[in-house]
Design a protein around this ligand. Structure first.
Ligand code: NDP
Length: 283
């Protein structure tokens, strides 16, 4: 079974490459942004018609949350037009699309974990383009899995954990936002969940499981708590100060609360979700 992965050099793309050997039944085809640009429909068609994937995992995205505020057209082109292009080509050749979305489609005003049916209301250009990307896919066909995730980190690419480890070498004191609550997600855990969705879909073709699913690790914390745990696990001594987000203004507004409810993905696919602190330990 051929599974095509876009955005192969991003942190999810690299996490999928990292676990690929554990799934010998899958013939992975990884494409980075130079080899397959998701904004170019003709190029996508040529590749898809040649390799005929059964699934496409779209790990490609415009992910620069703050920069998106000053280049919304570019973010839209990749996160909306690009996602739509993949859906159209998947529809044409009969492939299924696994697309990744974000907790930033929510406004953060809720006080309990967001389910897949809760009201979306993005506060940033990035969040809006990710939501519009979901809608573009849904308007094209039904054979999609949209996986909404949050606070993704890994040993690959750029992420909060790697920024903290780098900054700890440069500074003695760090001030970290303590009033945004969410859940970190180990990208390798996410990669395994995508494999579970694929195998379940292949083994149970009669089940109607397409749709939107939340996945992050279990539990919740602030960025400050996350940083504290990263330093604790790595035995790094540093003076950490909790600060309100008003003391750390960013171009893009982030939700104050974006914990995701994972009951649907657990129920439908039997996914077991590790606590975020457990997952961080094995990185
Ligand atoms: P990364 O930024 O690490 O990777 C994104 C990849 O997309 C990069 O390799 C980039 O390539 C590639 N890309 C950009 N534009 C194009 C294009 N036009 N065609 C093909 N590839 C392109 O992202 P993550 O792995 O962290 O994110 C994976 C998914 O998870 C995304 O959909 C993201 O929105 C979502 N997500 C991420 C979160 C996080 O905290 N990181 C949180 C919630 C959701 P290049 O480097 O060459 O530009």
């Amino acid at each position: 079974m051929v599974v095509l992965v876009t955005g192969a050099n991003g942190q999810l793309g690299q996490s999928l490459q990292f676990i690929a050997a554990e799934y010998p039944q899958i013939d992975f085809r990884f494409y980075n942004s130079q080899e397959l640009d998701i904004t170019q429909k003709k190029g996508i068609e040529t590749i898809f018609n040649t390799i005929k994937p059964e699934f496409c995992i779209n790990a490609a995205a415009y992910t620069a949350v703050d920069k998106a505020e000053s280049e919304p057209e570019k973010a839209y082109e990749i996160n909306v037009t690009g996602a739509g292009n993949l859906a159209e080509v998947c529809k044409e050749i009969g492939a299924k699309l696994i697309h990744i979305s974000t907790d930033f489609i929510f406004d953060g005003n809720q006080k309990t974990p967001y389910t897949e049916d809760d009201r979306t209301n993005p506060k940033s250009v990035y969040g809006q383009t990710k939501l519009d990307g979901e809608k573009a896919i849904q308007s094209i066909f039904e054979r999609y899995f949209i996986i909404r995730t949050s606070w993704v980190y890994s040993q690959f690419g750029n992420n909060f954990m790697k920024s903290m480890l780098r900054l700890s070498k440069e500074r003695e004191t760090l001030s970290i936002v303590n009033d945004q609550i969410g859940t970190p997600t180990n990208a390798v855990d996410l990669a395994h969940v995508l494999m579970k969705i694929i195998s379940n879909t292949v083994q149970n073709p009669e089940r109607k499981t397409y749709g939107i699913y939340n996945f992050s690790n279990e539990g919740q914390c602030s960025w400050f708590d996350f940083a504290k745990k990263i330093f604790q696990i790595n035995n790094i001594k540093i003076d950490l100060k909790p600060i309100p987000s008003s003391d750390y203004p960013t171009p893009a507004e982030r939700p104050k609360y974006s914990v995701l409810d994972k009951n649907k993905i657990k129920r439908v696919f039997g996914v077991e979700v590790k606590n975020w602190e457990e997952s961080l330990k094995i990185i």
